[in-house]
Design a protein around this ligand. Structure first.
Ligand code: HEC
Ligand code: HEC
Ligand code: HEC
Ligand code: HEC
Ligand code: HEC
Ligand code: HEC
Ligand code: HEC
Length: 484
């Protein structure tokens, strides 16, 4: 802590805040795994794989003859609810197939990893995880001051308030955007075309960077919603008080109240508005949140709201499932045609009834790489290979090695006997994204069929370094008489 304080840019003048902030989940939401973790053994019922976590941060895995070890190097999640772990191989970061669940106090299969037949070690960490849990594309440091206050160098030098963002002094939409950059999940978040690559900075409008879509159900983002943001928007408190109510009305970003102080801490926040017209059912000294913001019973690490931020009068029964027909933009700025089309394309992945509409919107949208990549996938799924192929050609011309386009184009080429072209495409894609096991498997098969045994063996060995339990690769390696 002392070291940390000394090195911290803000500590010389805001030592108390810096120290307090370190105790929050946000500050500890990612980092280097430089402490002991409890040893455990997890058996995956689906694959029969056994994972052993040892005190030296090793994760051994075993399924039949396949076995090995990975060093868990970083964590994501403070552990208030749970913790995921990352390891690296050949410079790529991967998520571990087992995670720690705090409420149950045990290790178990990671979210999204259940029900698989084989061990899964080659899922590269999505950049999104670290954009929300860390402050750059590296898994260290948690959420820093700058994520809510903007760059601080100039302010630290001048000590002038005007050189730093104070969220509470911003106009409401810009203020709310600061928490929304990470806490507003929606059904689909689509990066705006003009800002691809430009990162959000406190003080910006979120709609200049992102379009966020939610289901347009009768509950209007109420029951269906998953994130704190959408739930709060559905509350009577928010609807009746407008811009006056925001995340900062109840939360102090720099500290979490101690368990014993919680009831009073939040009550005080409620009473800042409800003092004049108190609760009809409870004393003014009651634990307001325990009745009006009940806790949900289940939350994995899937970012499903835990404390009900819709602030109901009375606990409500779960809503019956409703037909999902349309999406609605959550942010007030109307999204462009391109963003709407991409939002529908994302939503259609889990809601097949939206496929036709998504496809039509994509056809009408201005074409860039993202739109063309989605269109290519729709054509492919509809068996329209010529159209898909033409689009993939255009994409790789604009962006050589574009993962999805290069991999699929390679498949179309090989079907047409153009082996050399396919091999070049897969190699380009793997250059950009070395962990794509499907592409590397295709490459190995193409090399082998083209009589290039040694390069084929090298590709298989590389694949098995990332994914030792890849059955087709193990089989082909054996067939070629190679050893892993
Ligand atoms: C050299 C001293 C110094 C350093 C270093 C420093 N600040 Fe400040 N900061 C100040 C002073 C002085 C104020 C004005 C305090 C006041 O008005 O009460 C201030 C005010 C602020 C405010 C409120 C601005 C407002 O409009 O009211 C914020 C937010 C803030 N600092 C954040 C930071 C962050 C984040 C860092 C690190 C990146 C940092 N400060 C580093 C001296 C410093
Ligand atoms: C850079 C992303 C990011 C921003 C910006 C952000 N949060 Fe968070 N927040 C997180 C993550 C990630 C967690 C989960 C932390 C954990 O436990 O690992 C979290 C957790 C929380 C929690 C639970 C308690 C805690 O400290 O873990 C509260 C309350 C919270 N955030 C409020 C806010 C508010 C209010 C704002 C805006 C002023 C905000 N957050 C801005 C990412 C962010
Ligand atoms: C859009 C921002 C965002 C992205 C992307 C994201 N998270 Fe989170 N995550 C949060 C927020 C905010 C919380 C805490 C509150 C909540 O559940 O909404 C959280 C909570 C968690 C927790 C529980 C932490 C705790 O103990 O409270 C874990 C573990 C976690 N996330 C892991 C991941 C992993 C792994 C990924 C990538 C596959 C990921 N998250 C992607 C924002 C994000
Ligand atoms: C999750 C978002 C978030 C993070 C991270 C964060 N702050 Fe803040 N900070 C806020 C908000 C919101 C306010 C305005 C609170 C208010 O005035 O109601 C604020 C206010 C301030 C202020 C001025 C008011 C005061 O309390 O003195 C200073 C100084 C400050 N923050 C410094 C820091 C420093 C230093 C860090 C890092 C150790 C930090 N903040 C991290 C959201 C954040
Ligand atoms: C920024 C002001 C503000 C804050 C803070 C606030 N509320 Fe409200 N709340 C309102 C307003 C305004 C209404 C609508 C009153 C009306 O309709 O007469 C409301 C309505 C309600 C209702 C009635 C809901 C319904 O569906 O009829 C409940 C219950 C409630 N609030 C509880 C709380 C609790 C508990 C807290 C603290 C955790 C809280 N509020 C914090 C402003 C606020
Ligand atoms: C009316 C008060 C109120 C407002 C406004 C509010 N919260 Fe909360 N929030 C709470 C309470 C109460 C808890 C439960 C705290 C506890 O039990 O530790 C909570 C808990 C959380 C948690 C911890 C995980 C969970 O679900 O228990 C996160 C994250 C969070 N809030 C984020 C937000 C964000 C983001 C916003 C703005 C969109 C927001 N909150 C607005 C009262 C509020
Ligand atoms: C023991 C549970 C409980 C506690 C604690 C509690 N409430 Fe309530 N509250 C209720 C119930 C139940 C109702 C709905 C009464 C009804 O529908 O007739 C209600 C109604 C309300 C309303 C709507 C009043 C109206 O006239 O429409 C508000 C506002 C409210 N509560 C605020 C609060 C605040 C603020 C606190 C903390 C000081 C609090 N409640 C504590 C159970 C509770």
């Amino acid at each position: 802590m002392l070291l940390l304080l000394a090195a911290h840019l803000c500590a010389p003048c805001h030592a108390a805040i810096v120290e307090r902030y370190q105790t929050t989940g946000m500050a500890r939401s990612s980092g280097k795994l430089d402490f002991a973790i409890p040893p455990a053994t997890v058996t995956d019922p689906a694959s029969g794989a056994v994972y052993r976590i040892d005190k030296d941060r090793g994760m051994e895995f075993e399924r039949g003859p396949v076995r090995g070890r990975r060093l868990l190097e970083w964590f994501v999640g403070s552990g208030n609810v749970g913790r995921s772990f990352l390891f690296s191989a050949d410079g790529v970061l991967f998520q571990a197939p087992v995670s720690y669940y705090s409420a149950a106090r045990k290790w178990d299969i990671s979210p999204g990893y259940g029900g698989k037949r084989t061990i899964q070690l080659a899922r590269a960490v999505e950049p999104g995880c670290l954009q929300c849990h860390a402050s750059a594309a590296q898994p260290e440091g948690g959420v820093t001051c700058e994520r809510c206050h903007g760059p601080g160098q100039e302010h630290a030098r001048t000590a002038k308030p005007a050189t730093i963002v104070q969220p509470a002094k911003l106009p409401a939409a810009r203020r709310d955007a600061i928490c929304a950059q990470c806490h507003l999940t929606g059904v689909a978040r689509v990066a705006a075309a003009t800002r691809q690559g430009a990162t959000f900075r406190p003080g910006d409008l979120l709609s200049d960077h992102l379009a966020v879509f939610v289901w347009d159900t009768p509950e209007a983002g109420g029951f269906d919603a998953t994130s704190h943001y959408e739930r709060l928007a559905a509350s009577r408190c928010k609807q009746a008080s407008g811009d006056q109510l925001w995340c900062g009305s109840c939360h102090d970003s720099h500290r979490e109240p101690a368990p014993a102080a919680k009831a009073a801490f939040y009550r005080e926040r409620c009473q800042s508005c409800h003092a004049g017209k108190p609760c009809t059912k409870a004393a003014v000294t009651g634990d307001c949140a325990s009745c009006h913001m009940p806790k949900g019973t289940s939350r994995g690490v899937d970012h499903v709201a835990f404390t009900d931020h819709a602030i109901p009068r009375r606990p409500r029964p779960a809503a019956p499932p409703v037909a999902r027909r349309a999406l609605r933009s959550f942010l007030p700025a109307p999204p462009g045609q391109r963003e709407t089309a991409l939002g529908y394309a994302v939503a259609a992945m889990t809601e097949p009834s939206l496929r036709r509409q998504a496809f039509e919107l994509l056809l009408q949208a201005p074409r860039d790489v993202a739109v063309m990549a989605q269109l290519a996938q729709f054509h492919d799924r509809m068996g329209q290979e010529e159209q898909a192929m033409a689009l993939c050609e255009q994409i790789v011309a604009l962006e050589p090695g574009h993962p999805a386009a290069a991999v699929n184009l390679g498949i179309y080429k090989i079907k047409r006997g153009q082996t050399a072209a396919a091999i070049a495409l897969w190699q380009a894609a793997l250059e950009r994204n070395p962990a794509m096991t499907g592409a590397r498997m295709n490459l190995a098969v193409a090399l082998w069929r083209g009589g290039q045994r040694e390069p084929a063996l090298a590709a298989l060995r590389q694949l098995l370094r990332f994914e030792p339990d890849h059955e087709p690769a193990i089989r082909l390696l054996r067939e070629l008489g190679g050893s892993p």
